[in-house]
Design a protein around this ligand. Structure first.
Ligand SMILES: Cc1cc2nc3c(=O)[nH]c(=O)nc-3n(C[C@H](O)[C@H](O)[C@H](O)COP(=O)(O)OP(=O)(O)OC[C@H]3O[C@@H](n4cnc5c(N)ncnc54)[C@H](O)[C@@H]3O)c2cc1C
Ligand SMILES: O=C(O)[C@@H]1CCCCN1
Length: 388
């Protein structure tokens, strides 16, 4: 690129959030550029892999409310592009019956009239074969939940963005940002000028924000994505409607486990620990802590008798955690034409279409469709470093 190109909006980061934001901006007739440091598709951020859980089961009403519309938006994208992105399997939520987290999820589901089935110790194995419900645990199924085909979703939304005239430049790393009424974005390949900037850089958010004088309290952790082999092929298969499952946090820090039915690798079930060890996103593969895998092995041996309790495949992914595990969806405190979507804390994929809508609204100066107070930067107060 020789001369400086001008855009209505530049979005940095073509993960799920940046891709949906760019798509919404293009739908709103904004001349939009989506920049990505790696060659697409890639496996170095947070949005890769074939599957993610979609659910309405949350402890907080505001997530459940956002998911009501979000399911619609996923279905709209499926229709628009003629692809299937969602498969209903249900989500089995288990946790100590009297624990606060389990009860919060159960009552949020009830209050919002989400279709559920409450399982008892007596009928559990009839509904969910090859699974042992832990002593003292309750079990409720969010019927609306299921699996999103993540890689396919990303490809689809990026394709729709391009059909709307949007431009994607991959293998183009943003090196510098100069805020102002017109923002200047310098990359490894050129310089762009834009009226509005959206930063959706996943684990690299603080790297980019440092050019704007802001640092958020984000922690990047590496997740070991483990797949476990079925003893009898097909026993935990998505086609048999084996559900996704999630253990709510109990007294034991151990109980931070979730799983998805066997699907992408036939005969292998994805079961992971919902925490990891801190990592530099550029040095992800140097983080070799496997203590989570020991916890998973014990859990699989105890509760999933149809699986070999040793991972057959281990892949890597990253979470970008905020202290309260809620997202950051806000304008930059010092530059209102810079919008930030960050800290999706390991549960942001399912919200992609609604995050895209909200970040687009913020960027265009519109009133956001939802109350964004849980997601504001000011909630961090002392933890937010402003160099300005
Ligand atoms: C193992 C695992 C399981 C998960 N399970 C679920 C689930 O079941 N359900 C669910 O809803 N969510 C789930 N999540 C969370 C969800 O996947 C993430 O919240 C979501 O992918 C975050 O997307 P993002 O766009 O913010 O980040 P990313 O996907 O990381 O995108 C950021 C992009 O910005 C690019 N970038 C960074 N810096 C620059 C730069 N300087 N120049 C150009 N480009 C740059 C990066 O290369 C990257 O592509 C899971 C996450 C993991 C890791
Ligand atoms: O967002 C989700 O639904 C899952 C729950 C378990 C941990 C990973 N993310």
């Amino acid at each position: 690129m020789s001369s400086t190109e001008e855009y209505d909006c530049v979005v940095i980061g073509a993960g799920v959030q940046g891709s949906f934001t760019a798509y919404r901006l293009a739908k709103n007739n904004q001349r939009t550029l989506l920049l990505e440091q790696f060659v697409l598709p890639h496996t170095r951020g947070s949005s890769h892999g074939q599957t993610r859980i979609i659910r309405k089961a949350y402890e907080q009403d505001f997530y459940t409310h956002m998911m009501e519309e979000c399911y619609e938006l996923w279905a709209q994208l499926e229709r628009e592009a003629g692809v299937r992105l969602y498969r209903q399997t249900g989500l089995l939520v288990m946790g100590p019956e009297n624990s606060q987290n389990y009860q919060l999820i159960k009552t949020t589901l009830e209050r919002n009239k989400v279709p559920t089935v409450v399982l008892t110790r007596d009928n559990f194995s009839q509904h969910i074969p090859n699974f042992n419900l832990a002593e003292g645990d309750g079990a409720v199924v969010d019927i609306t939940a299921g699996v999103l085909y993540a890689d396919r979703a990303l490809k689809t939304v990026q394709g729709q963005f391009q059909k709307l005239g949007g431009i994607i430049r991959d293998k183009e790393k943003v090196m510098d940002i100069k805020p102002g009424p017109v923002v200047t974005v310098s990359t490894s390949a050129g310089v762009y000028r834009t009226k509005r900037l959206v930063i959706t850089a996943g684990p690299w958010a603080n790297r980019l924000l440092s050019h704007t004088g802001l640092q958020l309290p984000l922690e990047v952790v590496k997740i070991n994505v483990c797949y476990w082999k079925e003893k009898v092929p097909g026993s935990y298969d998505v086609k048999r409607r084996f559900p996704c499952f999630l253990l709510t946090e109990g007294e034991e820090a151990d109980e931070h486990i979730y799983g998805l039915p066997s699907n992408e690798y036939p005969g292998l079930v994805k079961i992971c620990y919902h925490m990891g060890s801190e990592t530099d996103p550029d040095q992800r593969d140097k983080q070799t802590d496997r203590s989570d895998i020991d916890i998973l092995q014990r859990y699989v041996a105890r509760c999933l008798p149809g699986l070999i309790p040793e991972p057959a495949v281990v892949e890597s992914c990253m979470y970008t955690l905020t202290p309260d595990r809620h997202f950051v969806l806000d304008r930059h405190p010092n530059h209102s034409n810079i919008v930030i979507g960050a800290g999706f804390s390991g549960h942001g994929f399912k919200f992609g279409p609604i995050i895209g809508k909200l970040l687009c609204e913020l960027s265009l100066g519109e009133v956001p469709s939802y109350d964004l107070s849980p997601f504001r930067i000011t909630r961090f107060q002392a933890k937010t470093k402003s160099a300005l």
